[in-house]
Ligand binder design. Structure first.
Ligand SMILES: Nc1ncnc2c1ncn2[C@@H]1O[C@H](COP(=O)(O)OP(=O)(O)OP(=O)(O)O)[C@@H](O)[C@H]1O
Length: 268
């Protein structure tokens, strides 16, 4: 199993309980979307799986190991096998795109090689090839602060493609992209996971994208896994219940909409 969780909970440092009693198994090659309302716990779950956060209880196995029983050095090695895509990639503004992409392999390089790469990109062709898959080759030598939000997200994804990890975790990876680009980019990520036989987990607010690109869907609400279903089996009632917002519904009615409500897929 790539991921194996049993009764896992997570409490943030301020005492906020973010995840409760999560049972989940994900096999190599599975492609899974995580959906759910704002504050449900999607990012917390991905950070827990990336071993950035420690569970408060339960059993957690990532790529065959319990990360929190490993030494700090071994945990660092485990992290180098996981590709984490952030909604807003934490890239230094003045860093060149080529360097940012090549940093995907920093965890596997010696300190010397990593430093050398900062001074002179060691594999520009490799970085260009990763960017080409996302139609961004022309930005290879630009600085990260010269890019749009959607372009930055694609740099973060190219970095993980270059890393070639054994598991990809993506937190809202296409939130800053237009619908066509978002669809293309999710296609690239899915193709990468399928071709290499690795698991891909992505949180998405756009339920239509989740259903179109991922065979398996996890619904998270108030820190709990409320469903774990094949995309094709999901019902409108399950989606409505996942996104039901009692607080908003109890407010005074909003002015009448000028356009009829035609979208049945919830978006946040
Ligand atoms: N670093 C943190 N410290 C304390 N509480 C946090 C922290 N990060 C998240 N939380 C809380 O944990 C809960 C889950 O948050 P999380 O960010 O995982 O939700 P989410 O489903 O990703 O939301 P969104 O879709 O809005 O990004 C929320 O109640 C949130 O306020």
């Amino acid at each position: 199993m790539t991921l194996n969780l049993s009764g896992v909970g997570l409490t943030h440092a301020n005492g906020q309980v973010a995840l409760r009693d999560i049972d989940l198994k994900i096999a190599p090659g599975e492609r899974v979307a995580i959906i759910g309302p704002s504050g449900a716990g999607k990012t917390s779950l991905l950070r827990l799986l990336a071993t950035a956060l420690q569970p408060a209880g339960g059993r957690l196995e990532v790529l065959g190991a319990d990360p929190w029983r490993l030494s700090a050095a071994a945990r660092q090695k485990l992290r180098a096998r996981i590709g984490l895509i952030h909604q807003t990639p934490p890239l230094p503004p003045r860093q060149r795109v080529v360097t940012a992409v090549l940093a995907g392999r920093l965890g596997r390089w010696s300190l010397g090689k990593g430093l050398l790469n900062l001074l002179h990109p060691l594999d520009s062709a490799g970085a260009a090839a990763a960017l080409a898959r996302l139609d961004l080759t022309e930005k290879l030598f630009e600085h990260c602060d010269q890019l749009s939000g959607g372009q930055l997200q694609r740099v973060g994804i190219a970095r993980v493609l270059y890393q070639a990890p054994e598991l990809i975790l993506a937190d809202e990876p296409v939130s800053a992209m237009d619908p066509v680009l978002a669809g293309h980019t999710l296609g690239v990520l899915n193709e990468e996971a399928a071709r290499r036989g690795i698991a891909l987990l992505a949180s998405l607010h756009a339920v239509d994208l989740a259903l179109a690109h991922f065979p398996r869907i996890l619904g998270v609400r108030e820190g709990r896994l409320v469903f774990d279903r094949p995309a094709q089996a999901l019902t409108q009632a399950e989606l409505d219940a996942l996104y039901a917002n009692e607080q908003l519904q109890s407010r005074p009615a909003s002015p009448p909409a000028t356009t009829p409500h035609v979208l049945h897929i919830p978006r946040c």
